[in-house]
Every structure is written in structure tokens, then in C-alpha cells.
Design a binder for this molecule. Structure first.
Ligand code: ADP
Ligand code: MG
Length: 687
């Protein structure tokens, strides 16, 4: 077996299963090895029946004192066993498993694992897994990997396939990291790290494995970036764009608001870059709602004025479609006749052809799209400026590919992820950095509250009231559909719940990442037009969407999100003139969860939030909570792993100073790994 062996080459994987694996992005043995668990299930400490609660996965101790009975319901055998502890009673139910009765012998004790529901006055648990106390004891405390799956592909099958691969010991025995670096930074060996990240012996091993792989991600990213930079920087004949003040003045006068001081300053820095002799490479950092879009538009306008094309690339179709609308409106507002062209993956072949033609025809066009701009055979006529919005979703390679489509376009990267300057310098190489550190003054700060589930009813009433006053609301759930492994609200069921809770004339709809791009666009457009008043969504709305009329952001299971991510979500409201509200439902009773969420209550400053989050999280918090889904890393988190990031950067610098092209024989493995990284990077889109 090789890393490149197709997944059907693994014992037990047939053609049908292979197709399922491919749906999750797994084509080869190497793919599945490097697709790490999304989280780890832990078997909880068993509780007595009187401590059990509804709607939560738990292990309950059952002492059998009366034998189970098998009833029949519509010719289906139903096994029921009742248990009690103190005053509390609980019922355990199995369908189509009459043999269970023989297992549950009177006088013996079992641990039953499952989810209980309230039924009448007692709890009822259906289809629980049955363990003897010894069996359960062996499992308790272990970490069971949970993978991102697709319908038909079970976690068990996923695990079995991985175990099968990891039996082949040769497969990973090739650490690409130079020994010196590994020893100096005290990193686990690669093969150990990969097998432990999937099947950790214990928490300590998992921590070590993760640290090694996090270092790897940063290290490869930084090396790739530095090596690529060399190639790109050789292209030097920059477009010189006319950026005189008087070209902008008439537009600024027509804007319904004055630009903030920070917007003006950053626009000035961009203009300096565009009119100079060198290719501009600039990162714009600006908190959510700081008004980056209009700055991008004005820069692109200047490029158009000089008769050249510009492109803005968004990470999602929803955002691309929204930018298209916004840009078209700006052109109308300013009385400009600049062709605005949309190009996204979900367009029909005919629409795409039409877009290509216009891109050839209009040498001053503004092109708006998703990664389709680089993936498809899009040819620009005269590309002088490339803007990537919410940059983190793109890998290094993608940025460069688009750059290479033009001759040597200026590059502007816009990010709302608040990273400290020192880290930004590492992650963005030698890009220059501008910060929009001011939000429009007129805006009212969002009012926050962190509450328990008991507050839901009030929250719904509040939402109904806001909607009645003409406003709109988002409700965010962590999951798309009910999951057997993960606790939490899911949008599919939640939308029904909300329909019950809100007046019947309120239009409620759903948005999530598994929907087709076209459907997502349709929903988002309808929401923007207030045809939908309440949108139940996963975090897909997190990135950049702008509906100023929305005033309520309600977040279910808020403690499951990273603070910076919650801050992004909250940034979807408070974008217009009306007072906005963010209601965070904390469904956990852990003290730390509440404390973490309180941080958001206290400040609206994205930078502060990110660093607070870091301080408050213990080393044990690293799974479950991802700071933000929009970073280009699979495991690494720039906040939490800031130390590894710094370390990887130092080691990368030292290595390249010593062997600039990594051409020495002892770096051969690393070079090979890096080449694979770059080819994977082209496909690494986390949409
Ligand atoms: P982000 O930086 O998060 O991308 P947007 O560019 O989407 O923010 O802007 C958010 C909202 O603020 C938009 O509705 C935009 O029209 C508005 N806006 C931008 N600049 C200003 C300003 N200087 N004054 C008032 N509103 C502004
Ligand atoms: Mg934006």
C-alpha cells in the first residue's frame, strides 16, 4: 500500500463505499490518513438513574431487579426493562431485539449508553448500547474519533478502514521533518502523530500528536509561501493606476455616509500602492462591519478608470452574489457605466460562456466570483488588481494562481479575522498591512445577553416583536441535521420548532453548507429582500454577509463556538441604524463555558476577544471548539497555537537561510512533502 493507493485498494472497501469516501474528499490512502477526526467522543462517567437527564447522551447504571419483558407493537418485538434508583424510575426500550431480554439477567448490573427522553413523569431511553461495568470501564476515558461523514458512510466503517491502513506499518515511516528541528522543538514523530491523532492512547498522546501536526501545518504553509513568493516577486512590471484625489471626490460626495477616518487612511495606502512602480501586496484587516467592501469598490473603480480589469474573489457563492448586487448598486448610485461581471461555479455553462466573453470584451470590467475565477478556464483581458475577500479560506497556491492569470496584478487581501500583528506578518509573508480600526460612528453597539435554555420562549417573543417592527432575525445552530455523535441543535429540526413558536405569517427558512450553491443564493437573496424574516442557519452566514435590516442574532449552543467566531456571527447584525441584539444560548452547565461567553458581553473589540479567548482556554479545550472555520488549516488555530506558529516561522527562516532551495539531500523528504502540499493546496477549499 502507498499513500497514493486508491481507497478501494484497502481491504473491505468496495466500489460503492469508495464512492461514499470520495464524497468526503477521500480518494487515496493518503487522503484518509490526513483527514483528521472532527472531534473525539468520550464515554462519560456513568450516573445513577436519579441523576439522569433528558436529551443528553449519557451512561446510566441499571441494576436489573425485574426481568425485561418483550411486548409486541404492530408485530414488532419491543423489549422493555424498567429500572429505579431512589425515587426515580427509568425505562429502557429496544426494538426488534428480543434477545436483549436474555442478556439483562436479574441481579446483575449494566451500563446503558444512549439518549433519554422525557416520557410522562419518567425518562425513557431507546436503543441504548449495553455494556457490562468491566466493558464500559475499559472504554471510559478513551477518546473515540468522530469523522465528518456523508449519508451511508458510518463512523465505524471509517474507523475500520483507517485501522486497516495503519496496520501497514511501512506506510508512514518517513518523517519529512529534519531531525534537528524535531528534536529542538520536541515534536513527536510523524508516524506516531498520525496514528495517535486517529486513535489516541490517551489524552496526553493526543496532545502530543496534535502539536506535531499543528507544527507541520504551519511549517509547510510558511515554507510554501516563502518559496512561492520568490517566484511571484520576480514579476515586476506593475500596472500604474491613476489614483488622483479628484477622481474619487465626486463618488465620495454621492455616498450616503462619510467614510470613516480609518477607511480614508487605508484607501490612501491602497492608492499609494496602486500608482507606484511596484506590485502592491497588501493585507487589509478590519473588524466585522468596519466597511471594507466600499474600500475595495473604490480601489477597483480607480483601476477601471485607468482602463484595466479588476477581480474580487469571495469564499462563498452567497457572498459573491451579494458583492455583485452591492457593486451594481454602487455603479448606479455613482452613475458609472462600468461592466460588472459575475462568475460563479453554480452558473450554467451558457451563463459562464457569456461571462467569459464579456471578460474578453470589456477591458475595464469588474469581475466578481468565487474560486471559479481560478479553477475554470477564465481568461482576463487586462487584470490589474485582485481583491480576495475574507482571505483565509484560500490557500497560498490559489492566491498565486489568480495572480499569475494576470501579468502581475496588484493584490489586496481583506480579512476580518483579528490576528495580532506579529502573527499576521508571519501568515502573510511580506505583505504590507493596513488596519481599519474604526467602525462607522453612527452605529449603535449590539446589545448582548448570555442566557440558558429557559430564556428561549422569551427570545422567540422578542424575535416576533422585532419582526413585527419590520426587522429580521438570524438563528444559528451548530449542526445541519441530528447527529448520533454530537450534541447540539440542528437547523433541520429547529426550523420546525421555530415555526411553532413564531406567528404563522412570519416566513422562516433554512440555510446551511450542505445545500446546493444555487439554493443558498436564492435563500440569501430572499432574506436580503426581507421576503424571509427569520433565517435558521449554520455558520455559513458567518462570512461577510450584509443584511443591515437584520437586528437579532440568536445563537444556540453558543458555548460550542470559538469566541472569535461568535464575534463574527454577532457582526451580522448591528450593520444598520437600528438597535441590534445578540442572544447567546448557553446549553452547557459548565462554569467555564459561561465565563468564556461573558467575554463577549463585555467587549465588542475583535482583537481583545481573540486574545481573551486564548487566555481562558485550557489545553483540554482544543477539540470541539474551533476558533473559526475559515482558516486554511485543518487542525491548527492561529490563536490557540500561536506559539507553534511562531516556532514554525523561526525554524522555517533558519532552514531557508541554510538551504534556500531545500536542495540538499537531507531535505529531500521535506521537499517531496512540500510538493505534495502545494498540489493539495490547489484543491483545499473549505466551503
Ligand atoms: P465588512 O467590513 O464587515 O465587510 P461591509 O463592507 O459589509 O463591512 O459594511 C457594513 C455596512 O456598513 C454596509 O451596510 C455598509 O454600507 C456600511 N458602511 C460602510 N462604511 C460606512 C461608513 N463610513 N459609515 C456608515 N456606514 C458604512
Ligand atoms: Mg465583508
Amino acid at each position: 500500500m502507498e499513500l497514493t493507493t486508491p481507497i478501494h485498494g484497502v481491504k473491505g472497501v468496495g466500489a460503492k463505499t469508495e464512492q461514499l469516501f470520495q464524497k468526503t474528499g477521500v480518494y487515496t490512502v493518503g487522503d484518509i490518513l490526513l483527514r483528521f477526526p472532527r472531534e473525539y467522543a468520550q464515554f462519560p462517567e456513568p450516573v445513577e438513574i436519579d441523576e439522569a437527564v433528558a436529551d443528553k447522551r449519557q451512561a446510566v447504571i441499571l441494576r436489573v431487579d425485574a426481568p425485561a419483558v418483550v411486548k409486541r407493537a404492530r408485530s414488532m418485538p419491543v423489549t422493555v426493562c424498567a429500572g429505579r434508583h431512589g425515587q426515580a424510575q427509568m425505562e429502557f426500550v429496544w426494538f426488534r431485539m428480543p434477545y436483549v431480554r436474555n442478556t439483562l439477567k436479574s441481579g446483575e448490573t449494566f451500563i446503558l449508553y444512549g439518549r433519554a427522553q422525557q416520557k410522562g413523569t419518567g425518562l425513557s431511553m431507546e436503543q441504548p448500547a449495553i455494556y457490562t461495568p468491566e466493558q464500559y470501564g475499559a472504554l471510559a476515558g478513551t477518546l473515540q474519533p468522530v469523522y465528518g461523514l456523508t449519508a451511508g458512510l458510518t463512523n465505524n466503517l471509517y474507523r475500520k478502514t483507517l485501522r486497516q491502513i495503519l496496520l501497514d506499518e511501512k506506510i508512514l515511516q518517513r518523517d519529512h521533518l529534519p531531525d534537528g528541528i524535531r528534536k529542538k522543538c520536541r515534536l513527536a514523530e510523524y508516524n506516531y502523530a498520525v496514528s495517535q491523532i486517529h486513535f489516541p492512547d490517551d489524552f496526553e498522546a493526543l496532545t502530543q500528536a496534535r502539536r506535531r501536526l499543528v507544527f507541520d501545518e504551519f511549517f509547510l504553509f510558511i515554507l510554501a509561501m516563502r518559496l512561492q513568493k520568490e517566484q511571484v516577486q520576480k514579476l515586476e512590471n506593475a500596472y500604474e493606476i491613476d489614483c488622483r484625489e479628484e477622481l474619487l471626490e465626486p463618488l465620495l460626495e454621492k455616498l450616503p455616509y462619510p467614510l470613516t477616518g480609518a477607511q480614508r487612511r487605508v484607501l490612501g495606502e491602497i492608492r499609494d500602492g496602486l500608482c507606484g512602480p511596484y506590485v502592491m501586496q497588501r493585507l487589509i484587516q478590519g473588524d466585522v462591519g468596519s466597511g471594507k467592501t466600499v474600500v475595495a469598490f473604490l480601489a477597483m473603480y480607480l483601476v477601471s478608470r485607468s482602463g484595466c480589469q479588476s477581480a474580487i474573489m469571495a469564499p462563498t457563492e452567497v457572498l459573491a452574489a451579494q458583492h455583485y448586487e452591492t457593486f451594481t448598486q454602487y455603479c448606479e448610485l455613482f452613475g458609472l457605466h462600468i461592466p460588472v461581471i459575475l462568475l460563479t461555479g453554480s452558473m450554467t455553462a451558457k451563463q459562464k460562456r457569456n461571462a467569459y466573453e464579456r471578460m474578453q470584451l470589456y477591458r475595464n470590467a469588474m469581475v466578481i466570483g468565487t474560486h471559479t475565477l481560478i479553477q475554470e478556464r477564465a481568461e482576463f483581458a487586462d487584470l490589474a488588481l485582485v481583491v480576495t475577500d475574507e482571505q483565509h479560506r484560500f490557500g497560498v497556491r490559489q492566491r498565486e494562481t489568480l495572480a499569475l492569470k494576470g501579468y502581475s496584478p496588484h493584490i489586496l487581501v481583506m480579512s476580518a479575522t483579528p490576528i495580532p500583528r506579529t502573527l499576521a506578518i508571519i501568515l502573510y509573508g511580506d505583505m504590507e498591512i493596513s488596519v481599519i480600526d474604526e467602525v462607522p460612528a453612527r452605529r449603535l453597539p449590539v446589545k448582548n445577553c448570555v442566557v440558558g435554555t429557559g430564556y428561549r420562549k422569551k427570545a422567540y417573543e422578542f424575535i416576533a416583536k422585532e419582526i413585527k417592527n419590520g426587522h429580521q432575525a438570524y438563528v444559528i445552530c451548530p449542526l445541519v441535521e441530528a447527529s448520533e455523535h454530537t450534541e447540539g441543535e440542528n437547523v433541520t429540526d429547529y426550523v420546525e420548532k421555530l415555526r411553532q413558536a413564531l406567528p404563522s405569517d412570519v416566513c422562516i427558512d433554512v440555510l446551511h453548507g450542505k445545500m446546493k450553491a444555487e439554493a443558498k443564493n436564492r435563500i440569501m437573496e430572499a432574506f436580503a429582500k426581507n421576503e424571509i424574516q427569520a433565517l435558521v442557519s449554520t455558520t455559513v452566514v458567518e462570512v461577510g454577509v450584509n443584511v443591515p435590516n437584520a437586528t437579532v442574532m440568536m445563537i444556540e449552543d453558543a458555548q460550542r463556538f470559538g469566541l472569535a467566531q461568535l464575534h463574527q456571527l454577532r457582526g451580522r447584525v448591528g450593520r444598520g441604524d437600528a438597535q441590534s441584539y445578540c442572544i447567546m444560548i448557553n446549553t452547557s452547565d459548565a462554569k467555564e463555558a459561561g465565563k468564556r461567553l461573558e467575554v463577549l458581553n463585555k467587549t465588542n473589540d475583535g482583537f481583545k476577544i481573540a486574545s481573551e479567548d486564548l487566555k481562558m482556554r485550557g489545553p483540554g479545550d482544543f477539540f470541539g471548539i474551533r476558533q473559526s472555520g475559515d482558516l486554511a488549516f485543518q487542525l491548527a488555530d492561529v490563536y490557540q497555537d500561536a506559539r507553534e506558529l511562531q516556532q514554525a516561522a523561526e525554524e522555517a527562516s533558519a532552514l531557508l537561510a541554510d538551504d534556500p532551495k531545500l536542495s540538499r539531500p537531507e531535505h529531500e523528504k521535506l521537499r517531496a512533502r512540500l510538493e505534495r502540499y502545494l498540489s493539495e493546496d490547489a484543491g483545499r477549499l473549505n466551503l
